[in-house]
Write a protein that binds this ligand. Structure first.
Ligand SMILES: [Zn+2]
Length: 118
């Protein structure tokens, strides 16, 4: 599958994404963005470009996980994970991700939370 360029605030990431993810990332301005996709698997990310280093690296970025406090951000919408993709070399933030879950799918959410997320 082709690698797609996904833009973040501090650079971009080249990753293999699904059609569904590509739709989410397309905000209608001719570029694809990291933030709306949610979390990308590390194995799907092939390269990252850091604006601070002005350099493209042939490795995935680092993933920096922020604290996960299941914050309710809207009615029926809970932010379950938030984090950043950071440069392997200088630790600048390349982009951010957020993973949301709807509250009323509570049975599915309950089983997903227990242990088999990785
Ligand atoms: Zn860097």
């Amino acid at each position: 599958m082709a690698e797609t360029k996904l833009h973040g605030s501090g650079g971009h990431i080249l990753a293999e994404i699904t059609e569904e993810q590509a739709k989410k990332a397309d905000l209608g301005v001719g570029k694809l963005f990291l933030a709306p996709i949610g979390k990308l698997e590390e194995s799907k990310m092939k390269k990252h470009y850091c604006k601070t280093c002005e350099e493209e690296f042939d490795t995935p970025p680092k993933i920096h996980l922020e604290e996960n406090n299941n914050e309710e951000v809207a009615d029926n919408l809970v932010l379950i994970e938030r984090g950043q993709y950071t440069c392997q070399k200088c630790n600048s933030v390349i982009g951010e991700y957020r993973v949301f879950q709807k509250k009323d799918e509570s049975e599915e959410i309950g089983s997903a939370k227990t242990s088999n997320s990785t």
